[in-house]
Structures are given as C-alpha cells and as structure tokens.
Design a protein around this ligand. Structure first.
Ligand code: G6P
Ligand code: MN
Length: 442
C-alpha cells in the first residue's frame, strides 16, 4: 500500500507515521510519500520520521517531493493535511475577526470563512490533479475547515474523498469512559456538520446510556464537556455538543477571553513551531507536541471556569491519526468498521440536499463510507446546520467564481456575525491580510 501525505512537512505527520510503525498486519502501508510546497519543512519532518523508524525493521519507506503530480502517481491513499498560508495565515484569520469584535477562530465563524476562502481553490486544484493522475486513490481529507473542504473536493472526486476529524471520536470515547463502558462496545449516535454536531445517544448492549449520564450530576460534571458547557445546559439540550459548539453557546464569553489573550492560538502555535523547525529533532518535536496538546482549548476552559483538562481526557483527544489509520484499514482490507466521517448527506438529514457534506456515523468497507440513517435533529440544531451550510455554499461560490457579493453574504449569514456592515469590514480586513484574496477586493 502506498500512502501520499500532502502537507508532508506538517507538524502532525510524525503522529501518522508513528501509527503506521505500529501496524504490522498484512496489507499495511509500506511506502509513504511526503509532499509539501516547502522543502525545508519537508526535510525537518523527514528527519524526525527517520529517528522514529530507527530499530523498526519493517518501517514504511519514506520518500519526499515538492512536485504534486509526482507525489500522487501510484498512490492508493492520499491524506490531505495542508494549511494554506501556514500558521501565520491562521493567526491573521483569528486576529482580523477579534479586532472586529467577533469570534476569531481557526474553523468557526469569520475566521473559518476566511480560512475556507483561502483553502478551497487549493483543495480544488488538488482534487483535479488526483482525478487526473490517481483516479483510483482514496482521498482522506484532514484539511480544515474539513467539512467545507471535503465538499469542495467531492465536486471533483465524488465519494472517493472522505473527511475526518478527531473531535467526535474523542467525545464518544470520553462519554463511554465516564459511563464505565468500553468505547469499542458502544454505538455513538452523533450527527451534524464538522465541528458542529451533537451526541444524542450512546448505546451499550442495546440500551441508551446517555439518559443515565445526563441524570447523574457527578458523572456529568466529571468529564470535559460537562465542565465546559455546565451540566444544566447539557440537561436542557438533552445531548452533548461537540466542544466547538462552545463558540456558539458561549460566544460572548469566548470572544472576550480571546480578545484578552496575549496571543491567538495560531500565533502561539506559530511561535512554538518556529522553534521546532529551526532545530528539528524527534525530542524537540515530542516536547512541542506535548505542550501543544496540554494547552488545547485552554482559553475556552478558562472562560467557562472549567479548570484544567483531565489527564485521561488528554489521552482521549489525540486520536486523529488513529481515525485515519482505521479508515484506511477498513477500505484496504475490506474489514467493516463504524467511524464518524464527513461524507455526502444523501438522505440522512432531510433539511440538507444530497451533496451537502455532513458528519455522521458510517459503515466503512472496500467500497467506501456508507452513512447510516439517524434520528432527525431538533429544530434548534437543524437551524444552525442549515445556516452554516448556507454559509459554506457562499464560500464555495466566492472561492470558485471570485464573487465579492458571495463572500460578503458568507460572512453576513453566519450566526456569529451580527451585522452586514461588520461582514463587509471583515472581508476588507481579510483581503488586506491575505494577498491571495485580492480578487475579492471592493
Ligand atoms: C482538533 C480539531 C482539528 C483542529 C485542531 C486544532 O484536533 O479536530 O480540526 O485543527 O483541534 O488544534 P490546535 O492545537 O491546532 O489548536
Ligand atoms: Mn477537526
């Protein structure tokens, strides 16, 4: 099996390679090709992988290239994990929104729209090249905003592109653990869009255990989402929201906390990682990673008065490379697995059309990911996902046709942007910050 990783110079690549090193079963990945537009980052990460592979006799061979077509040719799987504009781009996405008094975040709200506007053209180009050069490859998209980017790519690759995220998996595992259940034996009833979904049930031996969790103040208060959202609010919802819904339900508090923070998350990570890339080694990678994970969502927890993250919760959160590997295995070996993935809706959620990419439990086998039927979402949740999907569609139009009107509409229709005037200023701010958005200038 040949795996190509786009964004191969990225900081999370050693996590993926580490998961591959632990896989000794037949049909495993034997060759990895890293692609990146930045040769120096590629060199830094290749060095880390070489250190990881030391003493592992069947370690997958690693190649690297800055030529996209060369990287894609012969690939069985393509992981797309790119960050257009790098962490400096992310920091600008966050900063411009916060300066306007609205949420500045990587994937949610105005920041996520700006990130989408910058990323869709690049992802579309990649999808076209995959269709031309490696039409039989499966594309696993990690690139954020993952739902929107997967939808952009699916316009060229159909169901050969599947989007992944670690957050629903982490939520399901944390909820199972707090109930004393083995995550492997549970059925997680979860649906929504990427970073905008709800866990509505958790079945063990055919019985829904979520009501027991919601009713037990101590249990509910003892895990991450209980502390983040508050137990009363979870009981009112009758569901457990993805942690990213904190940005909606406690928007004002988060915006205030982010505006008061010394640096945005993107700026913090940029500083942290520039130190690693200046002097890359496995040890410095590992140290940087541990620090990054310990600080994940820290400002939200602080804004919510939720205290420190549980040690065990930390272990549950870093599952992104495991999701990727589980997905690849199920397809490559035709070993049926159930995973929460970003795929086309078909008829799962009646409020959205068939091509809208949603996040939903899927059965995966050699024929790809098949979403399962789920109960409908309540009105308030349907309202949010239809609004945000409408925003995503405007982003797709703006990014593919250079329409300023569509870009303004994307910002203005977002539930976390409270005025059309603000939307126009946001777009102007982003156009000034990002040269690649020049076509959207007034
Ligand atoms: C989770 C999300 C990703 C997101 C990341 C941000 O893993 O699922 O979509 O990119 O967190 O973490 P960071 O450490 O970059 O702030
Ligand atoms: Mn994610």
């Amino acid at each position: 099996m040949r795996l190509t990783i786009l964004g191969g110079g990225g900081f999370r690549v050693p996590l993926v390679y580490g998961a591959l090193l632990d896989d000794h079963a037949p049909g495993r990945v034997t060759e990895v090709t890293l692609h990146d537009i930045d040769g120096d980052r590629l060199k830094a990460i290749t060095g880390v992988l070489a250190q990881q592979a030391m003493g592992v006799p069947d370690a997958p061979a690693v190649h690297s290239t800055t030529d996209l077509d060369e990287a894609l040719r012969g690939a069985d799987f393509v992981f797309s994990a790119i960050r257009v504009g790098g962490l400096a781009g992310r920091a600008a996405d966050e900063r411009v929104a916060l300066e306007e008094g609205v949420l500045g975040q990587e994937t949610v709200g105005a920041g996520g729209i700006a990130y989408g506007l910058r990323t869709v053209p690049v992802a579309t180009h990649i999808a076209r090249r995959v269709a031309a050069v490696a039409p039989d490859a499966w594309v696993i998209n990690f690139t954020n905003p993952a739902g929107l980017v997967t939808e952009a790519m699916s316009r060229h690759l159909g169901d050969r592109v599947i989007g992944i995220c670690d957050s629903p998996v982490g939520l399901g595992r944390r909820a199972a653990r707090v109930l004393g259940a083995d995550p492997a034996d549970t059925w997680i009833d979860y649906v929504g869009l990427n970073h905008l979904g709800w866990l509505r049930g958790l079945r063990v031996h055919g019985r829904d255990e979520l009501p027991r969790l919601l009713a037990d103040e101590h249990l509910l208060g003892s895990f991450e989402e209980g502390r983040l959202f508050g137990t009363d609010w979870l009981r009112s919802l009758g569901a457990i929201p993805n942690e990213y819904l904190h940005y909606y339900y406690f928007n004002r508090e988060t915006v205030r906390a982010y505006r008061e923070a010394e640096r945005t998350r993107g700026a913090f990570l940029a500083d942290q990682q520039s130190a690693f890339y200046a002097d890359p080694s496995y040890a410095s990678w590992d140290r940087t990673r541990a620090e990054r994970e310990a600080t994940y969502m820290a400002d939200n927890r602080e804004a919510a008065g939720a205290g420190e993250r549980d040690e065990a919760d930390l272990e549950e959160s870093g599952g992104y490379e495991k999701v990727a590997l589980a997905l690849m295995r199920a397809i490559a070996r035709d070993e049926r697995a159930t995973l929460i993935l970003n795929v086309r809706n078909r008829h799962v959620l009646s409020a959205l059309d068939a091509d809208a990419v949603i996040e939903v439990p899927c059965l995966v086998d050699a024929n790809g990911a098949h979403p399962v039927a789920v109960d409908p979402l309540p009105g308030h949740a349907t309202g949010l996902i239809t609004s945000v999907k409408a925003v995503e569609r405007e982003v797709l139009t703006a990014a593919t046709t250079a329409s300023r009107a569509a870009a303004v509409k994307a910002f203005a229709l977002h539930p976390l942007v409270d005025s059309v005037a603000v939307a126009r200023r946001l777009l102007d701010g982003y156009v000034s910050a990002h040269p690649e958005l020049a076509p959207l200038r007034a």
